[in-house]
Design a protein around this ligand. Structure first.
Ligand code: IPE
Ligand code: IPE
Ligand code: MG
Length: 242
């Protein structure tokens, strides 16, 4: 089934802060990991729906650089689930023609997870239905620091003149080089903040905050966020017209 034709002005790139898994589990007196498992199912469903709508890029904030500060047992459980997902998901990613890319500081993950990430990216790299960017061990300030280091290194060896640095050079030094900026950001759970996500890239992104815990988020909710985006008038600093 294609949802494409009904929707004019479909965003090219949607980013989602998938928040509220812990609260969802707590409300049900379940361990936090049950919330993340339910959340992973929702991510799968939304990916399929986004692909059918003709959205080309979907960035999912999955694990932030600040999430490393949570307690060890939580991190261990989360890493277990990530391993499982990376191991078991390949078949359905191939069947659905989904290309996976990862942004963030992957060097902080255990070696086997780093291998699984590399393998998933490599095996899905020619898939064309949708590109799903998983933000893993991702923090925008951390990404900008790493970009500054890369640029400073180039200045040091004389590859670039500091006075010639343009915004494009900075964009191209980020993990998201070659990706378009997000058109729409959705954050679930009711929090109205961006929690160190894509600070540079979201200069002109439209924001939709929804008071729904991520595991409860449905295709209908996703469609209503897209619909809200389609009513927005993006101006990029120009004056408003009627
Ligand atoms: C979001 O769920 C997913 C993350 C890995 C951070 P949380 O674990 O943040 O859930 P809440 O916000 O505490 O409910
Ligand atoms: C943002 O959620 C990160 C992810 C969804 C992966 P958090 O739950 O970590 O953010 P805060 O702590 O509410 O700002
Ligand atoms: Mg949270």
């Amino acid at each position: 089934m294609s949802r494409k034709s009904e929707l004019p002005n479909v965003p090219k790139h949607v980013a989602i802060i998938m928040d509220g898994n812990g609260r969802w589990a707590k409300l049900r007196q379940l361990p936090a990991i049950a919330g993340h498992k339910a959340g992973a199912e929702v991510a799968r469903k939304i990916t399929e729906c986004a692909s059918q709508m003709g959205i080309q890029y979907l960035t999912l904030y999955t694990f932030s650089s600040e999430n490393w500060l949570r307690e060890k047992s939580w991190i261990d459980d989360f890493m277990g689930l990530l391993r499982l997902y990376l191991r078991n998901e390949l078949k359905s990613l191939m069947a659905n023609n989904v290309r996976i890319q990862v942004i963030g500081d992957r060097t902080l993950f255990a070696k086997d997870i780093q291998e699984l990430i590399k393998d998933t990216e490599e095996k899905t790299k020619n898939n064309t239905a949708i590109t799903v960017i998983l933000a893993l061990s991702y923090g925008s300030r951390d990404e900008i620091v790493r970009a500054f280091r890369r640029l400073a290194q180039k200045v040091k060896v004389g590859d670039i003149d500091p006075d010639s640095i343009k915004d494009k050079d900075i964009a191209m030094s980020l993990d998201t080089a070659h990706l378009p900026d997000p058109d729409l950001l959705i954050r679930t759970s009711g929090e109205q903040r961006i929690s160190n996500f894509l600070l540079w890239q979201m200069a002109y992104t439209e924001f939709v905050f929804m008071p729904i815990l991520w595991p409860d988020f449905t295709i209908k909710d996703f469609e209503s966020a897209i619909n809200e985006y389609q009513q927005r008038n993006r101006r990029y600093g120009l004056y408003a017209t009627a």
